[in-house]
Design a protein around this ligand. Sequence first.
Ligand SMILES: Nc1ncnc2c1ncn2[C@@H]1O[C@H](COP(=O)(O)OP(=O)(O)OP(=O)(O)O)[C@@H](O)[C@H]1O
Ligand SMILES: [Mg+2]
Length: 264
Amino acid sequence: MSAPGNGRSPMTNGEWMIECDDIYKAFDGHPVLSGVDCQIPAGKISVVMGPSGTGKSVLLRHIVGLLTPDRGDVRVAGKSVPRLNEEDLLELRRNVGMLFQDGALFSSMNLYDNVAFPLRQHTKKSESEIREIVKQRLDEVGLLGSEQKMPNELSGGMRKRAGFARALVLEPEILLFDEPDSGLDPVRTALLCDLIKEIQRKYGSTGIVISHDIKSCFNIGDHIVLLHGGKVVEQGSKEQIQQSQNPFTQQFIKGGIEGPLGME
Ligand SMILES: Nc1ncnc2c1ncn2[C@@H]1O[C@H](COP(=O)(O)OP(=O)(O)OP(=O)(O)O)[C@@H](O)[C@H]1O
Ligand SMILES: [Mg+2]
């Protein structure tokens, strides 16, 4: 399951790579996650869907230990993330490529240095090896030629694609993408979905993609998790979700006005 030739030991833990066990999380007394239970299959792409503000990004942050649950547990490859020591947490983050919702580029670095950053920080590669990889990744996301631009000189979609390139440079075993397709035009969205699938297939990585775009969700997701009201409403294979009779699921995937979902 490990990326071929990257010298790391595989992280596999059987069928599930990520397990969320009854996670509770509140901020200032306001509950966001109220008993989230989900299992993310190893070597597949799972899509997490749900209305805005349900806690999708919060859930993703628990997986890399950026947030700690008030109750419950998150396990990655069988290891409890809240219980990892500093060193093991760093090791986990080396194996996870994360694209934050806002791209999260370092504002003081140009595009090239932003994408090269994880390689300089986590590997002993020479600058010429790094140049090779950075150029390849930037080419894949259509940003070759913009290397010298600073983040504030990039459009929202370009920043998103730059964050995507950066998330992939270490060829991570786990890919977490927070709305990789928002702010992109339909052609770029389709290309990005293809790229996610291609990378996943090439390295056998486990991916979680958060998306509002039902079309991209069903296009790339093998497994779907639907989040609402701080809980998982439904999870299962793409086919199971498409055929679901659950009124929330129906309304969400069809984008209908009629149904349990309102503008809360
Ligand atoms: N660090 C934080 N401190 C306080 N509240 C937070 C924090 N992070 C998230 N929240 C709150 O948690 C709730 C869920 O936020 P989250 O960003 O996970 O939503 P989301 O499902 O990703 O929404 P969207 O689809 O709009 O990105 C929101 O009400 C948000 O204000
Ligand atoms: Mg979010």
